[in-house]
Structure formats: structure tokens, C-alpha cells
Design a protein around this ligand. Structure first.
Ligand SMILES: Nc1ncnc2c1ncn2[C@@H]1O[C@H](COP(=O)(O)OP(=O)(O)OP(=O)(O)O)[C@@H](O)[C@H]1O
Ligand SMILES: O=P(O)(O)OC[C@@]1(O)O[C@H](CO)[C@@H](O)[C@@H]1O
Length: 303
């Protein structure tokens, strides 16, 4: 079974404004409320692909109930810890460019945090746990570390998609996959990256530090897949880009879901890119038919 863990879910409030003027009254052209948070996005795309999974993490208040109901309506299995404080609302402002304003997240009490750790007590060696997104500050800096220890004890594989110290420290525990985008990769090493060669150099460092496989996504430029001594590039198909929010999460869903079904790394890479692009070309996350339509358009070449 695949579990997604979202420590800091959100309602993504997507707001489109024709001609945004700072400091003025702006009226929305269109708005949309979607359940968000990286692990929840992964679960929704896995569900589109027909891959059984369970979403866990923390939800709270009216915003948390909104997300739980949405997942229920999509028949996504979930088992969240309900916390006293409200789940955050993240603003995604589309006004020519996409600007994101993400909340810090609710206060999580010690008993609530312990309850989440308990939910992973039933893991087995056949499971894959996808740990995605930021952690609310009240959890402390080492919460991902705690969850990784639980995965390791049960010999479950884990994937981690977060930033900074939590990601760096996770590498030594041999995650099945890490998927920074090329900006996050540069930030992780405190460098600027100017070429594909440099992306490969720093991507390889993630393998050396312990990751089993590395995907570096590059938005419209596709992605690189670095595994063992091999490096592959996949193109991103061309299309009308509507929304990049969740493209990276969709890529993780496509990759991990397909790998769990087929064990074929390159098919997993192809499905990952198709899923990411199908989301980029949609208002909400990717739907199955769209992913299947794009899949044959993804060309993979070994570098
Ligand atoms: N403009 C685009 N055109 C085509 N495909 C895209 C585009 N943007 C994203 N994708 C697809 O989605 C994948 C992941 O995108 P990206 O590199 O933006 O990830 P990300 O930065 O983690 O995304 P996010 O944080 O917004 O969820 C890309 O490798 C590509 O397959
Ligand atoms: O603040 P975090 O946890 O880093 O990211 C949260 C978030 O921006 O990531 C998802 C897209 O990847 C959105 O659904 C959500 O709003």
C-alpha cells in the first residue's frame, strides 16, 4: 500500500485577477477552492491512476472538514489526525505570473503529533510512504526524522519531497526517491545552476548522499532521471499551461504509482512526466485520460 503523509495540508484558494494593482481594490475574474498540500495532491493523482493509497496527516477546523469531504467524494481513503486549530488556506494568485502565499499552518499539540506517529505503526516492508511538503513550525525540526525512523523500523520504503535541512538529513536514510526541481536543487547546495551538466552534477550528489533514485524536474523543459550510473532526459510535451501548482506532486504520483505496479524505472519516469504535464495543462490536478493521452508523447533519451 502507498501512504501519503501531508503534515501541512491547505485549501488552495486560486484567484485570477485580470490586471492586478497592488494597494488598490482588485476584483476577481475567477476563483477556485481546491484541497491542497503536497501529499494530498499525490493521493488524488494516484487515485486517478487507479492506484490504491491512503492519505494521512493533520486536518483541523472548517478547512480541514472541507478537505476531508472532498477526499471522501473522490473515494480516496484517508485517516487524518484531527487537530484543534484550522488547516491553513494558501493563496495562489494568477495575474500574468503565478504568485503563491502559503500559510504557516496550525499549531499541533504533542498528543496530536504522537497520534500521527501511531498511525504508521502498522507499516510493513511492502509499503511505500510518501512524505511531502512543509511541516507546521510547532512540530519542531525533527518530526520528519521521527517518521522516517518508523518507516525504517518496519522496512517500508519512503519518498521525501521537502526542502532544506529535513531533506538533507533524510538522504542518509536512503529514500526511494527525491524530486527537487532545478531551483530547489541549487538552493539545497547553495549554488546557482546554469546548465544541464550542472544539474546532473548536483543531482548525482543526492545519489551519493543516499537517495536510491533522483528526479530533477524542470517545468516546461521536462525532467532528468538519475539512477546508478545512468542519466536520462524526458521532454515535456507542449500544451496550453493553465496551472503549475501540483505539477511536481503529480510527477511523484505517476512515478511511484507506476513503479509500484510495474517495477519498470523508465516507464515510471515516463508516467511521472506525463502526470506532471497533464496537471500543468489543467485547472485542477491531472485526470487519468489526459495522462494516458500524453504518455506516448514523452520521449526518453539516455545522456
Ligand atoms: N510549462 C510546462 N509545460 C509542460 N509540462 C510542464 C510544465 N510545467 C510543469 N510541467 C511538467 O510537470 C513536471 C514537474 O514540474 P515542475 O518542475 O514545475 O515541478 P515543481 O516545481 O515541483 O512543481 P510544483 O511545486 O509547482 O508542484 C515537469 O517535469 C513537466 O513534466
Ligand atoms: O507550503 P508547502 O507545504 O511547501 O507547499 C504547499 C503547496 O504549495 O504545495 C502544493 C503544490 O505542490 C499546494 O497544493 C500547496 O498549497
Amino acid at each position: 500500500m502507498i501512504y501519503t503523509v501531508t503534515l501541512n495540508p491547505s485549501i488552495d484558494y486560486i484567484v485570477e485577477v485580470e490586471d492586478f494593482r497592488l494597494g488598490d481594490l482588485n476584483r476577481m475574474k475567477r476563483d477556485l477552492k481546491l484541497p491542497g498540500g503536497k501529499g494530498i495532491n499525490v493521493s488524488r493523482v494516484l487515485n486517478q491512476l487507479g492506484i490504491q493509497n491512503k492519505a494521512i496527516g493533520f486536518l483541523g477546523g472548517f478547512t480541514g472538514r472541507y478537505i476531508e469531504e472532498w477526499l471522501h467524494e473522490e473515494s480516496i481513503s484517508s485517516d487524518f489526525v484531527f487537530v484543534a486549530d484550522d488547516t491553513r488556506i494558501n493563496i495562489k494568485l494568477k495575474a500574468g505570473h503565478e504568485t503563491e502565499i502559503n500559510g504557516t499552518g496550525p499549531a499541533i499539540r504533542e498528543a496530536e503529533a504522537d497520534a500521527l506517529v501511531q498511525k504508521l505503526a502498522m507499516l510493513s516492508a511492502d509499503d511505500i510512504v510518501i512524505l511531502s511538503g512543509s511541516a507546521p513550525p510547532s512540530l519542531g525540526g525533527d518530526f520528519y526524522d521521527k517518521l522516517i525512523s518508523v518507516c525504517k523500523q518496519s522496512k517500508a520504503e519512503f519518498v521525501i519531497d521537502t526542502t532544506g535541512t529535513a531533506l538533507k538529513e533524510a538522504l542518509a536514510h536512503k529514500p526511494l526517491l527525491v524530486k527537487p526541481n532545478h531551483h530547489e536543487l541549487a538552493e539545497l547546495f547553495g549554488v546557482t545552476i546554469n546548465s544541464r551538466e550542472e544539474i546532473i552534477t548536483y543531482g548525482r550528489k543526492l545519489l551519493e548522499a543516499g537517495a536510491k533514485h533522483v528526479l530533477v524536474s524542470m517545468a516546461g523543459e521536462g525532467a532528468l532521471f538519475i539512477t546508478g550510473n545512468e542519466v536520462y532526459h524526458a521532454n515535456a510535451p507542449k500544451g496550453n499551461v493553465k496551472n503549475s501548482v501540483g505539477a511536481g506532486d503529480s510527477m511523484i504520483a505517476g512515478f511511484v504509482g507506476t513503479l509500484s505496479l510495474t517495477g519498470d524505472l523508465l516507464e515510471a519516469f515516463r508516467a511521472g512526466v506525463a502526470s506532471g504535464s497533464a496537471t500543468a495543462f489543467s485547472d485542477d490536478l491531472a485526470e487519468r485520460e489526459h495522462i494516458e493521452h500524453l504518455r506516448p508523447l514523452i520521449q526518453i533519451s539516455q545522456l
